[in-house]
Design a protein around this ligand. Structure first.
Ligand code: PGA
Length: 224
């Protein structure tokens, strides 16, 4: 199984969501490609039983249901979604999420029956994954994403070098038994195939390029 995860971040109006849906619904993908769209929480209900797509959330509360004003628990999200990205670089940077909180989020996600996608980089993967027990880790996808590779198009940066990604995921999988290792960071129609076709990489998380239905079609075609 290979994974194509669309991480929309804080983007799109409801009308834009509906238009994207219409444009991608005819896409055919091989049955061993898991397509997952991660919209805002507000749009989760729009994607119930949508074509070939599964649904993910972009973060989750570290706490169960209770007196946590404004939070969305894993139990709530699991009624609408099958995956939860936890510990994305942007959550760590702008919302002060710590490794400990991310571990709690991953635990909550597994307990709710969803699959966590734990985002890590070179500096934090060992500490982050050591906070989880072996049984939980086996149910987690781990996304390796160097912060400097995120959304670089037009900014003079670049997606991470494939050899570096393979090296990082190999270190992670030789130390921890996980469900799978993904790559994220400036994935595009031009570079997606090299990552997804590599036997050490189980799939990709696509941010910016996933907002555009035409680019999504091209990326999925490139994998077929
Ligand atoms: P990007 O985002 O594809 O825009 O680099 C990926 C991510 O951060 O999830």
């Amino acid at each position: 199984m290979k994974y194509f995860i669309a991480n929309w971040k804080t983007n799109k109006t409801l009308a834009e969501v509906e238009a994207w849906k219409k444009d991608v619904q005819g896409i055919r993908a091989s049955s061993d490609l898991e397509l997952v769209v991660c919209p805002s929480f507000l749009y989760l209900s729009v994607f119930q039983k949508f074509s070939l797509w599964k649904v993910g959330v972009q973060t989750i509360s570290p706490f169960a249901n209770g007196a946590y004003t404004g939070a969305i628990s894993a139990l709530m999200a699991s009624q609408f979604a099958q995956y939860a990205i936890v510990g994305h670089t942007e959550r760590r940077k702008y919302f002060a999420e710590t490794d400990e909180m991310v571990a709690q989020q991953a635990d909550q996600t597994v307990q709710s029956g969803m699959t966590p996608i734990i985002a890590v980089d070179d500096h934090n993967w060992a500490h982050q994954l050591n906070l989880l027990d072996a049984a939980t880790l086996k149910k987690c996808l781990v996304m390796y994403e160097p912060p400097e590779a995120i959304s670089t198009s037009g900014a003079g940066g670049a997606a991470a070098d494939i050899d570096h990604v393979v090296e990082a995921l190999s270190s992670i999988t030789s130390n921890f038994e996980i469900l799978g290792g993904l790559y994220g960071g400036s994935v595009s129609a031009e570079n997606i195939a090299q990552y997804v076709h590599n036997e050490k990489i189980d799939g990709v998380v696509v941010g910016n390029a996933s907002l555009d239905a035409e680019k999504v079609k091209k990326m999925i075609e490139a994998l077929s």
